[in-house]
Design a protein around this ligand. Structure first.
Ligand code: TEU
Ligand code: CA
Length: 557
């Protein structure tokens, strides 16, 4: 694989609204991020992905953009943004913005002009269809529930498409004027010094046309978008054009949020000269999800299920390109609350999970708070919930006959709000996130789990993340950690996640993903322990003893 500047880097996702509030209005902001750059540098972060901070009504927390050329005043000013870019450059770090171009906000001027004249130039920036007797062109279900068609304001005889929230009208990518406007904005931001973009929901930009129905998969008579996406052809034309017009000339780093990629497309997506530099592995993220909704989905993965997901993703990508690995993001529950059974949640198991995903082949992304082992929060009632997706899933659960209590319990384990509670900096009020009232209640465990309580504790989760990053970046092992072939080891051993990383050197990763101890015959003449999530390890006569949730990385010869 051709080496790229970003291959040996570590990335970190900031959800600006919840990261650090510098002016006491309860909303995280750009000056707050700037004040924490040294914390991120000390952690070992190179690339920072900011969730959207453009002008927005925040119907979908900023993923509904009303002006692609401006910063929303809640987060700061364009000067703050330019200062952030400079300050990260000074520290040898890179900033990625979130490119959200499958849709814009209904408050964007393009949509406002389309409302004024649906048959004019801007009408064709969207999918606007005639509407008679409330009939819709297709029965697709929005990701946030309900039909994807909404009457066009002021025009009851017309309707527009929104695969997400009704305040997020889909942009019509079949229209070359839309594509040129998008490319112009990308280049404008790259010329400002961005390192690149995370590319939002991008697989949705190519619809299978003409609009048609798919078999209803729920009582509501609607059909998941996935059925249409499985048949949509030609997204590559748009992505290839975008890359050629913007990313490639700037040598920009791009990470695609791609859920429904077809296996034969992977090389086009992230192979050499591909549309994107990399894309996220979502195999374990989507595992166990039911078409019926969150209420019917698996709240936790077993170690065996997690293992099969990560190994299958590694095998699928192979040497085609460099995948990006996560355990959580702003759309998902906290990883330690999803991949570790509640009764086994402890520092050792949190570090084990960190070690496993970090030592996989690929670029590791850390989501804010993950490095201190932040966990899912507590919802006392549905009134505690902000997330539009969770509110929809709650309604789906009630419609399926669950009680309010059971519905809340079933959907809250998946709620995106779990990842959006304020970053926990210390044990003072509101976790040191704000000296005002936070826009979303902090997790009640912040006095126990926070940066200040961990930063000087060598045995903390935070210190373990620093040790993982240091190992990945060390002169001696980085080539193996970044490019080494991943070879599963004792894959059939239940609750053991073991694999070699074979490059300049040979590393063995062993994770005893269970309470019960176990013994493993060391498959080599010698083993030097490089990383251990516990303060002890037994190695005698070629046998290694692993305690409950023990994780080790060893150099084997
Ligand atoms: O997510 C795309 C997406 O498919 C997921 O949002 C998923 O469908 C959703 O989270 C269900 O809960 C991206 C962003 O990451 C997400 O935050 C936005 O809501 C969405 O696009 C629309 O921009
Ligand atoms: Ca603020």
């Amino acid at each position: 694989m051709k080496k790229q500047w970003w291959h040996d880097k570590v990335a970190y996702q900031i959800y600006p609204k919840s990261f650090y509030d510098s002016n006491g209005d309860g909303i995280g902001d750009l000056p707050g991020i700037i004040s924490k750059l040294d914390y991120l540098k000390d952690l070992g972060v190179d690339i920072i992905w900011l969730s959207p901070i453009y002008k927005s009504p925040l119907a979908d927390e900023g993923y509904d953009i009303a002006d692609y050329y401006s910063i929303d005043p809640r987060f700061g000013t364009m000067e703050d943004m330019e200062r952030l870019i400079q300050e990260t450059k000074k520290r040898g770090m890179y900033i990625l913005m979130d490119l959200v171009v499958n849709h814009c906000s209904d408050e964007h001027e393009w949509f406002q002009k389309a409302i004024q004249d649906p048959d004019g130039e801007y009408g064709n920036f969207f999918y606007i269809e005639d509407r008679k007797n409330d009939r819709t062109p297709c029965n697709w279900r929005s990701y946030f529930g309900g039909p994807v068609w909404e009457p066009l304001p002021g025009h009851p005889d017309k309707q527009y498409l929104h695969v997400f929230h009704k305040k997020q009208p889909d942009l019509n990518w079949e229209n070359p004027k839309v594509r040129q406007e998008v490319y112009k904005n990308i280049n404008w931001w790259l010329d400002k010094g961005l390192g690149g973009f995370r590319i939002d929901a991008i697989i949705n930009i190519k619809k299978k046309l003409p609009f048609c129905n798919y078999p209803a998969d729920r009582e509501d008579g609607l059909s998941s978008i996935d059925h249409m996406l499985a048949e949509a052809k030609g997204v590559g034309e748009f992505l290839g054009e975008m890359a050629k017009e913007t990313f490639h000339p700037h040598n920009a780093f791009t990470v695609g949020e791609v859920f429904n990629e077809k296996k034969e497309e992977i090389a086009d997506f992230i192979g050499e000269g591909g549309y994107f530099s990399t894309m996220f592995d979502f195999a374990e993220t989507v595992y166990g999800k039911s078409e019926k909704g969150w209420y019917d989905s698996k709240p936790y993965l077993t170690p065996e299920e997690y293992k099969s997901c990560i190994f299958s993703a590694q095998e699928k990508i192979g040497d085609i390109g460099m995948i990006s690995n996560i355990i959580e993001n702003h759309d998902e529950p906290r990883g330690v609350s999803h991949y570790i059974l509640p009764e086994d949640l402890c520092d050792a198991s949190k570090k084990l999970l960190a070690g496993v995903y970090f030592m996989l082949r690929g670029l590791p992304f850390i989501y804010q708070g993950q490095e201190i082992g932040m966990e899912n929060t507590v919802f006392r009632s549905i009134q505690d919930v902000d997330d539009v997706s969770t509110l929809d899933e709650y309604r789906v659960a009630l419609a399926a006959g669950l009680s309010e209590e059971e519905a809340l319990k079933r959907v809250s384990v998946f709620s995106r709000d779990n990842a959006r509670t304020p970053m926990q900096w210390n044990g003072s009020d509101h976790a040191g996130f704000t000296n005002g009232t936070p826009w979303l209640k902090e997790n009640p465990n912040y006095r126990r789990i926070n940066v200040e309580a961990q930063e000087n504790d060598e045995g903390s989760v935070l210190s373990f993340y620093k040790a993982l990053i240091a190992l990945r970046k060390s002169e001696k092992y980085k080539d193996t950690a970044v490019y080494g072939k991943l070879v599963p080891f004792l894959e059939e051993e239940k609750n053991l996640i073991g694999f070699f990383r074979e490059g300049e050197r040979r590393l063995l990763v062993l994770a005893n993903f269970q309470k019960e101890p176990r013994e493993i015959a060391v498959p080599a003449e010698s083993a030097e322990i490089l990383l251990n999530n516990l303060d002890h390890v037994k190695i005698e006569n070629g046998i290694i003893g692993l305690d409950a949730y023990q994780f080790i990385v060893g150099e084997v010869r």
